[in-house]
Design a protein around this ligand. Structure first.
Ligand code: NI
Length: 173
């Protein structure tokens, strides 16, 4: 397995709209290895979700594990939200926007349909953190980031803070 580089805001590649995965490609060893690499990259970061878009693969899939001990890996291929209910506010972060956290309002409960990593169709009704995470990762597939929900002024502050962080990291290297 290998760690993959994660694109960071404001990299324009994060704005790419992902295309559907061909279900026939799901069993392909190359695709399966990419899923393993994405899990490894997400766990190492550490994070609870990683969309393919974030590793510069512009196809509609993502990996998620909201457990504390890496015990609940989930793969969502060609996810589709069939219905949403209610509202919740959660303080979100993102591996593509390191060190930044902000409240985002999303649906509380969603009904989601997708293919799992063996290509089998699944349908789940989820709420709470898993619902937040799925909606956040699905935004990535549309080229959307959680900072897009902030005011333009706040988003500009985020961009400057990240540029400063990168400069400091560069100076230290
Ligand atoms: Ni994210």
């Amino acid at each position: 397995m290998a760690l993959l580089p994660i694109l960071e805001f404001p990299d324009p590649r994060l704005r790419t709209k992902a295309v559907a995965v061909d279900p026939a490609q799901v069993p392909d060893p190359v695709f399966q290895r990419l899923l393993d690499d994405m899990f490894e990259t997400m766990y190492e970061a550490p994070g609870i979700g990683l969309a393919a878009s974030q590793v510069d693969v512009h196809k509609r899939f993502m990996v998620i594990d909201i457990s504390e001990d890496k015990s609940a890996p989930m793969v969502f291929i060609n996810p589709e939200i069939l219905s949403r209910e209610g509202e919740q506010v959660y303080q979100e972060g993102c591996l593509s926007v390191p060190g930044i956290f902000a409240d985002v309002t999303r649906a509380d409960s969603i009904d989601v349909r997708f293919l799992d990593r063996s290509g089998q169709p699944q349908r789940l009704q989820v709420d709470g953190l898993l619902a937040v995470c799925i909606q956040h990762e699905m935004d990535h597939l549309e080229g959307k980031l959680f900072v897009d929900y902030l005011s333009p002024l706040k988003r500009e502050m985020v961009r400057k803070k990240l540029a400063k962080q990168r400069k400091l990291a560069g100076d230290a290297a």
